[in-house]
Design a binder for this molecule. Sequence first.
Ligand SMILES: [Zn+2]
Length: 358
Amino acid sequence: MKRQLFLLFFCFCIVISLSAKQFILVLDPGHGGADPGAVGTEVQEKDLNLKVALLVGKKISERCPDVKVIYTRDTDKTVTLRERPMIANKANGDLFISIHTNSNDSKRPCGTETYVIGLAKTGANFEVAKRENSVILLEADRESYQGFDPTSPESYIMFEFMQDQYVEQSLQMADFIQRNFTKKTDRVDRGVRQDLFWVLHQTKMPSVLVEMGFVSNASDQSYMMSKKGQNALAESIVCAFEQYKHEFDKKNGLKFQKKQQAKKAIEQSVDSLKPVFKLQLFASKEVLPENHVSMKGEKNLSYYEESGWIKYTAGETSSYEEIKQLKKELDKKFGDSFIVAFFKGKKISLKEALSLLK
Ligand SMILES: [Zn+2]
């Protein structure tokens, strides 16, 4: 009977709300201000990067209401290479897209490519990383780069011991971008590449660096300067983002669903006139899948969030006697559970809860 009662109470699950986190996209238009980046015959890289980045941000803000777009710069101002990943990390970004324009001593090379952090497979790639990293040489505060010299191959050894946990997701995003460039623009596809970029190395999230085309190539330059070209490049990045976000949501679907349930539950809890007791069993840094080993076979556990921890509880009753009985039962399995109390959707002390019962 008691068991059934508990099941009934589970139906009125009262859990503190866990609000779903917004997806944070960081857009990084390369160069700016005193640093023009690559210089073509008719245009400077910094202006193209900014135009396309703003267009990408505008489209995403219109189409993805659950995404917050943050820019490392949204005007023509100087932002150091060191500041860019710092802005992204501070914002707790979920994805970082650095937007650049390529250049070469020869007028021939053309087309789009997207970079992910990693060791270059060919020597030729190093030129792009070297050029993009060399912004550091223009900066006054070079000490802050831990002695890194962008022109010296030896300097890149510091990257070699990196363990980047985001490479796989970054490669997926880069692949989506290049596929969309192929579909939506008529530019040459130079593919997904890996190399050692300072900005990609310092971000604590999946990160890509897009080279939209060569200002040193006449056809690429005029394409990137045209409204049609800018729109197609931006649209490609946006569609790639939508695909990436779709995959991201699918992976986080379970967590999201649970958070929605928790939200719903709090709305029901506010009406209760009595405090509710629960038995706290264990805490976790994340929402766990059903049947996780920590649950020791217990079904229908609920949880609430407190100071960054997800705290798992069993039971749901306004009777102190009943929760004490449950503690007796479950302590055989969990050992050291303890009773927690809630009132109108807030955690309160046991003392307060008991005084409310009088
Ligand atoms: Zn650049």
